[in-house]
Write a protein that binds this ligand. Structure first.
Ligand code: ATP
Ligand code: MG
Length: 269
């Protein structure tokens, strides 16, 4: 069974998609078979790999919306997964079709709460599953938490970035009622600018509050991430010698350490 991690924070723009996308590159380059699941109707991760026009044109059955659509009940869910031009990275894309399924009261959706979990259980080809969630705690995030083994919480070291954390932690506790093994793997400080005193002090405060539940690796605000995304490549493939790529590898290693998957790692720079 693959280890699955969902990236959750209801704060928009905190780096959930970016972290997922670039980590996928680091894991794949290290020899893992990665399945990226886009659980966000914005489809950022999907666009990062396929381009926005191609993503817009995908039908419900070709996207994660197919998991929730009653009309696709007997559909072939394997149609949702596609290979990408990067060895070892496959993608379950999302687009605008997912919006109408992302309802705000997910606990009332009965057995549909397990749709993502059942889908992931069928993915025997993957070593690791990364689920990119939207900036809210509605049905897509809920389904992801019910499905996943772990939660990673990307947090920019600023006031607005840290404000919603209690709600995220509460959502994890709630999801444990259906998925008792769900664990918080940690908070990852994202988009950090160490030159800013406010960023340094918020990071210190996070570490004071959550101690080991904060990854040592900090993801900086760096243009290499943006440019790599614009070139539709995880930074590992765009500029492997960059600091951005090296820190993404460090985060990938920490994640694997935390989930004791080191044995699955064939080579790490
Ligand atoms: N470490 C970084 N350095 C530079 N730019 C970044 C970094 N992380 C994210 N960005 C950029 O910031 C923007 C928002 O990032 P991203 O889409 O990953 O956030 P998100 O949390 O997924 O947003 P949403 O909540 O809307 O899903 C994107 O344009 C992305 O390229
Ligand atoms: Mg996103």
């Amino acid at each position: 069974m693959a280890d699955s991690i969902c990236f959750i924070n209801q704060k928009g723009g905190c780096g959930k998609s970016s972290t997922c996308f670039h980590l996928a590159g680091a894991f794949a380059a290290a020899g893992l078979r990665v399945l990226l699941i886009d659980a966000d109707p914005q489809g950022s991760t999907s666009q990062g790999l396929l381009g926005s026009i191609a993503v817009e044109q995908l039908t419900i059955e070709q996207t994660t919306a197919g998991l929730f659509d009653e009309q696709n009940f007997f559909g072939d869910l394997s149609k949702i997964i596609r290979t990408t031009r990067f060895d070892g990275i496959s993608l379950a894309p999302a687009n605008q079709h997912l919006s109408r399924f992302n309802s705000p009261c997910p606990e009332q959706t009965g057995m549909d709460q397990f749709a993502m979990r059942d889908f992931i259980a069928q993915q025997v080809e993957a070593d690791i599953v990364l689920i990119d969630c939207p900036p809210n705690l509605y049905r897509c995030s809920w389904n992801s938490m019910v499905a996943a083994d772990y939660v990673v919480i990307p947090v920019p070291p600023e006031d607005f970035g840290t404000q919603g954390l209690r709600a995220v932690h509460q959502a994890v506790l709630n999801a444990r009622k259906l998925n008792p093994d769900l664990r918080r793997l940690g908070h990852v400080v994202t988009r950090s600018d160490k030159r800013l005193l406010i960023h340094r002090s918020y990071e210190a405060k996070l570490r004071d509050t959550y101690a080991d539940l904060v990854f040592s690796t900090v993801i900086p605000e760096a243009s290499a991430f943006k440019v790599a995304t614009a070139c539709r490549k995880p930074v590992e493939y765009y500029q492997p010698s960059s600091v951005a790529a090296s820190l993404t590898r460090a985060l990938a290693r920490e994640i694997l350490d935390r989930i004791s998957m080191k044995n699955k790692l064939r080579h790490v720079a």
